[in-house]
Design a protein around this ligand. Structure first.
Ligand code: NAD
Length: 476
């Protein structure tokens, strides 16, 4: 849609609908407000945008079968979706090194004993018995199962980040081509209605030519402590640099919205707070060891988990959220790693990370990942030659410089019944749906995040990390 048509449908027509005026009258009103010096209070809606938001029920002519490798948090998200649409997809195998996790998922899906596995490698010791595998193991356990699955003829739903090294990422791409199999990368934000709408408005020409983007990923202080100081992604050498572990979604979204290759990237950032020299005097190694600073420390594990009940997914609580039970978990291995003082962990991930990118048409993007914020999500400002967009991760406002009438997109995805439980702004389930459809039809074109497009934003992330370490601007 060209800019004029877009303004006609979204501007004049939507304004007319909102005000109960015919389109011509609404257009005249818009012209009057354009002459005003101050911006009008009145905001019209962008919610009529025709987005590819459709039923989450997969459109398939057959049932596909899936093996879930890694029955943790993400594995359960996808398996939970599959269970709702048995005519299209069935979980027929489960692998997890934690026996109780494997059993729980296998029982829920009626998986026979011979297809319940421990380590991922056991899955591939038996002849191929399903259409696809979900690789939802930790970052450093993506490469080997994905490569083996492709070799054996499985399609793959692969959690992000693809793999901790650039070489491995590129090898997975080559392997997918070699065996002509589908690899869908879980860049779930591409499937979230908010980001679909944002991209659609930019593509429509509503802001003229896109010139630059300011994008921020506020991690939220307690989330940072949980995942990147105490938790699974605390150490960049054991997992993946935080720019990929946390922010490969953001690099991917920037590349996707700008819709041009990134040419150069320069990055900076460091670990400012979470290190031993910043520990307050007398702080013990664990919060559970009677810390004298417990009352004033915002990172106090007992307060975060037992009182606030945040990030409980890692404790295998089986629904029991009693504070004493959580405290007991904090005293028990392996869960006691989450009781560690944030100043006494084996972490090295930066807590602030800035990067600047230049794209092929000269567009620029500035991206900040920030640990020290009270909220999570995303904040995005998009500057165009004819307009501006300001978004907070759930709603955004479009400002057209000519009409000066702000228009708001604020569709509440959480209120669409089918999307209930679909995390990441609603993106989790549509990704799973598109994967099921792509495998059933053997058509990767049904996916927005194939390995071919996803690899590019990973390469941007590796270049950013090289730049952060070397101080040089890197070519992508
Ligand atoms: N798409 C997203 O937005 C998103 C969000 C969170 C996490 N992730 C990614 O998803 C992946 C999984 O994260 P998670 O939060 O579900 O972690 P998790 O720890 O909850 O689950 C991983 C599971 O893999 C199992 N596992 C480990 N090694 C194994 C092996 N050798 N064989 C079989 N199973 C093994 C673990 O026991 C665990 O149950 C990670 O790569 C993570 O970065 C993606």
């Amino acid at each position: 849609m060209i800019r004029r048509d877009f303004l006609k449908t979204i501007g004049a027509v939507t304004a007319g609908a909102a005000l109960g005026l015919p389109a011509a009258e609404a257009a005249a009103k818009t012209a009057v407000t354009a002459a005003d010096a101050a911006l009008p209070d009145e905001k019209t809606s962008l919610n009529d945008l025709r987005l590819p938001i459709r039923s989450l029920k997969p459109r398939t002519s057959r049932q596909i079968t899936v093996v879930v490798i890694g029955a943790g948090n993400r594995g359960n998200v996808y398996a939970g979706y599959f269970k709702q649409y048995p005519e299209s997809v069935k979980v027929v195998g489960v692998s997890d090194i934690l026996e109780h996790r494997c059993r729980r998922m296998a029982d829920a899906h009626g998986v026979p004993p011979e297809h319940r596995f421990g380590d991922w490698s056991e899955v591939f010791k038996v002849p191929k018995f399903a259409d696809a595998v979900v690789v939802s193991t930790p970052d450093d356990v993506h490469y080997a199962p994905c490569m083996k699955a492709l070799e054996m003829g499985y399609d793959v739903l692969l959690e992000k980040p693809v793999s901790p090294t650039e070489r491995e990422c590129k090898n997975i791409l080559k392997q997918a081509h070699k065996y002509n199999k589908i690899v869908a990368v879980c860049h779930v934000l591409r499937y979230a209605p908010y980001f679909l709408a944002l991209r659609e408005v930019v593509r429509s020409g509503a802001i003229g030519e896109l010139v630059s983007i300011q994008h921020m990923e506020p991690i939220q202080y307690a989330h940072m402590a949980h995942s990147y100081v105490r938790g699974n992604w605390r150490n960049s050498k054991q997992t993946t640099p935080i720019i990929l572990a946390k922010s490969c979604h953001d690099l991917d979204i920037l590349r996707w919205i700008i819709d041009k290759p990134c040419k150069t990237i320069v990055a900076d950032g460091s670990l400012r707070l979470f290190k031993p020299e910043n520990a307050p005097e007398g702080a013990p190694l664990k919060c559970t060891d009677g810390c004298p600073h417990a009352d004033e420390c915002p990172y106090n594990a007992i307060d975060i988990y037992c009182n606030k009940k945040w990030h409980l997914g890692v404790f295998d609580l089986e629904g029991n959220k009693d504070p004493d039970f959580i405290l007991q978990r904090l005293h028990t291995p392996p869960y006691d790693s989450y009781a560690r003082c944030v100043y006494h962990c084996d972490n090295d991930q930066p807590d602030h990370y800035v990067s600047e990118m230049v794209f092929e048409g000269g567009e620029t993007a500035a991206f900040s990942m920030e640990a020290f914020s009270p909220y999570g999500g995303r904040r995005t400002r998009i500057m165009g030659t004819m307009g501006y967009i300001d978004g907070d991760g759930t709603t955004f406002t479009l400002w057209d410089f000519k009409t000066r009438t702000p228009k708001v997109w604020n569709l509440k995805v959480s209120e669409i019944p089918e999307y209930k439980g679909s995390g990441h702004g609603g993106g989790d389930y549509p990704l799973a749906r598109d994967f099921v459809e792509a495998v059933a039809a053997q058509d990767p074109g049904l996916l927005s995040s194939t390995i071919d497009v996803s690899i590019e934003s990973h390469v941007m992330g590796f270049a950013a990390e090289r730049s952060r370490r070397s101080g040089r601007k890197e070519k992508v």
